[in-house]
Design a protein around this ligand. Sequence first.
Ligand SMILES: [Zn+2]
Length: 260
Amino acid sequence: MVICGERLLDVSKYAGSLLLDGLLPRRCLCCDARVAFEAGLCAPCWRAMPFLERPWCQRLGTPFSYDVGEGAWSPRAIAEPPLFDRLRAVAHYDGPARQLVLSLKFSRRRELAAPMAAWMMRSGGELLDAECLLLPVPLHWTRLVSRRFNQAADLAREIAGQSGAGYEPVLLKRRKRTRQQVGLTAKDRLRNVRAAFVVDRTRLETLAGRRVVLVDDVLTTGSTVTACSRCLLSAGAASVDVLTFALVDPNASDDIAVHG
Ligand SMILES: [Zn+2]
């Protein structure tokens, strides 16, 4: 019997993957249970994932409990229209979504950025095209030194790589180290991040007239992306959209560390 070269390669690849599976079994991204597919969740984690599903507010991406038609705004978006055009998120900041955010940020599980970015592309597909610029919400340099990486930049880089959108990691800078937003009043939160961001003057031409998609891991109060949007629009961006992995329920208490 003759086995051609290509077939032989297939057989050896299959044997190799069997061997690799035996040595390195695939694990759930959240709880370490064995799973059948690479970069996936086990069934209980999948069921517990608080995905945000359509129909949702055209501006804030928050789900409606019933379908009110395409392009509808939530009462919150009508009462306080955001500076950015559209916000999209994968899930509420709870359960496995919270676990993934914390693991990426504080346990330095940077391999989570690729599957999290894939989910973000599914939720925010309408924001992404080859013409837009993806900008991570920046960390202050002192925070970057201590954490050694910016999780928002890891997500933005992955989304750019998978979607073909432009990636500008240093166009927007954080010049002020802000206090954590948790526990501050709405007024204090805005004051805390006011003038915290600046556009790199050497990148103004790149920004002029472009549609920007701000990328972050979790959106808590919205004051950070509002400050970023104000800065980018005044520096010449045509519009700003926001794409984040998780969204804190504004009515829920939160215990997370935000950027600073
Ligand atoms: Zn699991």
